[in-house]
Design a binder for this molecule. Structure first.
Ligand code: LAN
Length: 638
């Protein structure tokens, strides 16, 4: 098929052009709309004027994302505004210097007034507003720092929470416990009027704690959450000063530890901003400086303006996939060697200090999502890194010991249910989800087992088994992983994804994991997955699934075929050994038609997601997933 050969060559040339000298691919990792306003708020609080060029690009970003009705959605492609992000974006625009009578702020203000004012913002939004003195601390449910003084045996010890969740609530507890707020300067006073239509001084704050705009109510209130809130509310009235002091010190110790072991990058964007605020409010100037230097790494000047990204980058993840796509295509040896160097140089070789005291699992043998400086290892990033390391062992530089350590890390991370979670074994009970206080996000309380992470770990262990036969525990881990995947398959043959949109992404992983564990073409699970996919193929040969699927937890069609999802589906058909030459050919033709003359594919809808509600941009997916699928089809069809 000369057309496919040519498309593959051009796609490789495109990757070569875009590769950084360090071997990775950089790309826009924006999407969530609550991040940039938090950054702008922290810069304002800490009196760090944002330089003019940046300021203008940030304003442009909000302008580009604003919806026709004036609102700002939870993520850049949401069709409806949320109070959480609209209220924070309004504040950000004003702090960036946009006047209150500018048409953009005026429309936003009308939206805010029409949807119940920030009194209905999701709790994280209220908390950020509290630090800016635009909401009263009495108006939110307490975030008691004392939880950090509990023994780990307590079933609701914060260290049992998903690491992202606990690292967000940690600085929140400190800020709450100290009731940290900036002074009410004239701009803040003006903003109070603008946001609350002149009622600020008459608001009965205690009555606002449970007020929640319909736009922000994804995870509904439960009786259990009400009980927890009543308990912490009661506790707050008696909280003993010496105990509070000790608890705040304990929180600060954990905050400083996280700063130190991540070189101030922090695990994610939210604690990156909130830890910065903590240092500002406690008057630690040197830590504030280091914080802002690290925050620069989260900013990205993209096609639609300057934004704050969901992580300090997605470079390891992208590089591992691009590398595997190139290997499947059998070309671009120079590009492969460079990419391998990035994977090699960003494996985690140092253990974090005093890890038991800070509830950290081992890190050595792992790979991160972005880079070594960030340093938190992730199950599936480790799996993809290990697959690359094994495939290119001949290029050298990664000691055999490290590979063995990596295998052990993956085996040790397996959950009791046979699956793998994201960063750690699941530590807390799933019941904790009933007291998810965030409302805008789903499944944030504990680190559950996921189809994607499980598939990736099974794939890596299967590859490692060929290299190191007979390692204890590997066979059993793979078998248990396969059982988990089979249990997760839905009656319609699909697998639900959690970190990409959605059933298309999940099914690609589900199929791949089962095949790695030894499922043969014709296996009923594979046949069901193939039937599911064929049933969703569009007349033009493509697949297109809407981000709404993640929220609704059922397949929602996208009005237009999507290149990346078509690539996942095509690759899944090939890996499942489907005998569907026509469907595959039509999928390939779609990918060829959509390829640009320079070998790239154009930007389409966001296909990344987290916590059910928030889409996020994996901008490089369009450059390597179609290449990978075409290369696999070529090898399969012969
Ligand atoms: C990420 C980014 C990487 C991603 C993969 C490795 C791709 C995935 O397979 C497992 C989950 C993981 C690690 C992941 C989890 C959620 C994150 C950390 C993010 C999507 C990046 C941003 C997001 C984080 C939670 C955003 C801040 C919001 C909160 C609700 C805390």
């Amino acid at each position: 098929m000369p057309a496919i050969d040519e498309a593959i060559e051009r796609a490789i040339a495109n990757l070569r052009r875009r590769q950084e000298t360090r071997g990775s691919w950089a790309g826009d990792y924006g999407g969530p709309m609550f991040l940039l306003p938090m950054y702008v708020g922290a810069a304002y609080a800490a009196r760090r004027p944002i330089e003019d060029a940046r300021r203008r690009r940030m304003i442009e970003y909000f302008t580009n994302v604003q919806l026709a009705d004036g609102g700002i959605g939870l993520h850049a492609e949401a069709r409806e505004g949320s109070m959480f992000t609209t209220a924070l974006s309004y504040v950000a625009l004003r702090l960036l210097g946009v006047a209150s009578d500018d048409p953009r702020t005026a429309r936003m203000r009308a939206w805010i007034a029409g949807h119940g004012t920030p009194l209905g913002a999701a709790p994280w939004g209220k908390l950020v507003l509290c630090t800016l003195n635009l909401y009263d601390w009495r108006g939110i449910h307490p975030v008691p720092p004392e939880l950090w003084l509990l023994p780990y045996a307590a079933p609701f010890h914060p260290a049992r929470l998903w690491c992202h969740c606990r690292q967000v609530y940690l600085p929140m507890a400190w800020l709450y416990g100290t009731r940290a707020s900036v002074p009410a300067d004239p701009l803040i006073v003006a903003l109070r009027d603008e946001l609350y239509a002149g009622r600020y001084d008459t608001i009965r704050w205690e009555d606002q704690r449970d007020v929640l705009a319909a736009t922000d109510a994804y995870a509904q209130s439960t009786g259990a959450l009400a009980a927890v809130n009543a308990a912490v509310g009661g506790y707050e009235r008696l909280a003993l000063r010496p105990l509070r002091r000790r608890a705040l010190d304990e929180c600060l110790r954990h905050i400083q530890y996280e700063d130190r072991v991540t070189q101030f990058i922090r695990i994610g964007p939210v604690n990156a901003v909130l830890n910065t605020m903590v240092h500002w409010f406690r008057g630690a100037a040197a830590d504030v400086d280091r914080s802002f230097a690290a925050l620069d790494g989260y900013l990205w000047d993209g096609h639609d303006g300057m934004k704050m990204q969901g992580y300090n980058s997605s470079e390891l993840w992208d590089t591992a996939f691009a590398l595997q796509a190139l290997l499947a295509a059998g070309g671009g040896d120079d590009v492969v060697a460079q990419a391998y160097a990035y994977v090699r140089d960003n494996r985690i070789i140092d253990e974090v200090p005093e890890r038991a005291a800070y509830h950290r699992d081992p890190s050595v043998g792992g790979w991160p999502f972005s880079n070594r400086a960030h340093g938190w290892p992730i199950t599936d990033c480790t799996a993809e890194g290990l697959k690359c390391a094994l495939a290119l062992e001949r290029l050298g530089g990664i000691p055999t010991d490290f590979l063995a350590q990596s295998v052990k890390l993956i085996v040790d991370w397996q959950n009791d249910d046979g699956g793998w979670a994201t960063y750690e074994r699941q530590r807390g009970g799933a019941w904790l989800e009933k007291v998810n206080p965030s409302h805008v996000f789903g499944d944030i309380m504990v680190d559950y087992s996921y189809v994607e992470c499980t598939s990736a770990c099974v794939q890596a262990l299967a590859a490692a088994r060929r290299r190191f036969p007979g390692v204890a525990g590997v066979d059993r881990a793979i078998a248990r992983g396969a059982v988990f995947l089979r249990e997760r398959q839905r009656p319609d043959g699909s697998f639900e994804g959690s970190w990409g949109v959605c059933f298309t992404y999940g099914t690609w992983f589900g199929v791949t994991g089962l095949v790695a564990a030894g499922a043969e073409p014709g296996d009923p699970a594979l046949a069901a997955a193939v039937r599911f996919l064929l049933g969703r193929q569009k007349p033009d040969g493509s697949w297109g699934e809407s981000g709404e699927s993640c929220r609704a937890r059922r397949y929602v069609d996208h009005e237009r075929g999507q290149v990346v999802q078509t690539a996942w589906a095509l690759s899944a058909l090939v890996r499942a050994g489907a005998r569907e030459p026509q469907a595959m050919r039509r999928a390939a033709d779609f990918l060829l038609r959509r390829q640009e003359p320079d070998g790239s594919w154009a930007r389409e809808s966001l296909v990344g997601v987290f916590n059910k509600t928030c889409l996020i941009n994996y901008d490089n997916y369009r450059h390597y997933f179609p290449l990978w699928a075409l290369a696999e089809l070529r090898a399969y069809a012969g």
